[in-house]
Design a protein around this ligand. Structure first.
Ligand code: FMN
Length: 170
């Protein structure tokens, strides 16, 4: 199954999950959202979209500016490590994307564990936008970070297991 994984990330957490997912699938390509094509080729059978939750939804220009100014341990570590934050968000990519009806789309996000997802989360907002655009999209999964914006240790293995489960479903 040909898979494309497209990820928005500012402190590397969602990117690390995308790497784990793409690494667990036999024929997967991982792209940053700001380098991803807007027109998805019909050969892509599974499209997996990942984004961090910002203010209970997908990032906006304002929240991405807040991310650049964030002083948490995770944000500072990503900057020290030279991680290059996404210059656009998944919201903007979706607005311009052309996705074949034959491509199955799953969205995942990262959220702060314990803050809960009661008020909203990026993946579900992404799915709502995609479905409104006529895309065959479903919520995939959520992966947890700490309140200091650091990916929880077990989450990359959980992401890989989730991805392996997707191929088992086929
Ligand atoms: C501006 C801003 C707003 C955020 N709002 C939320 C939120 O509403 N809920 C939540 O669970 N996490 C929130 N977070 C935390 C991020 O979702 C979390 O750090 C995420 O893992 C970042 O992923 P990234 O490293 O791929 O950018 C917010 C982070 C930023 C910078």
């Amino acid at each position: 199954m040909s898979t494309l994984v497209i990820v928005e990330s500012h402190f590397s957490n969602t990117w690390s999950i995308g790497e784990a997912i793409a690494g667990a699938l036999p024929d997967a390509t991982l792209l940053r959202v700001d380098n991803a094509p807007k027109r998805i080729d019909p050969s892509v059978e599974l499209l997996i979209l990942g984004a961090p939750t910002h203010a209970f939804t997908l990032s906006s220009s304002a929240s991405r500016t807040s991310a650049l100014e964030r002083k948490t341990a995770g944000a500072q570590a990503a900057r020290r490590g030279g991680f290059h934050a996404s210059s656009i968000g998944l919201r903007e990519w979706i607005a311009e994307a052309s996705i074949p009806a034959t491509t199955k789309v799953l969205a995942f996000d990262t959220c702060v564990a314990g803050a809960g997802t009661l008020f909203g989360q990026a993946a579900k907002k992404a799915v709502a936008r995609l479905v409104a655009n006529g895309v065959n999209a479903q919520y995939g999964s959520t992966f947890w970070v700490t309140g200091a914006d650091q990916l929880r240790a077990e989450e990359t293995e959980r992401a890989a297991a989730w991805a392996r489960g997707l191929t088992a479903e086929e």
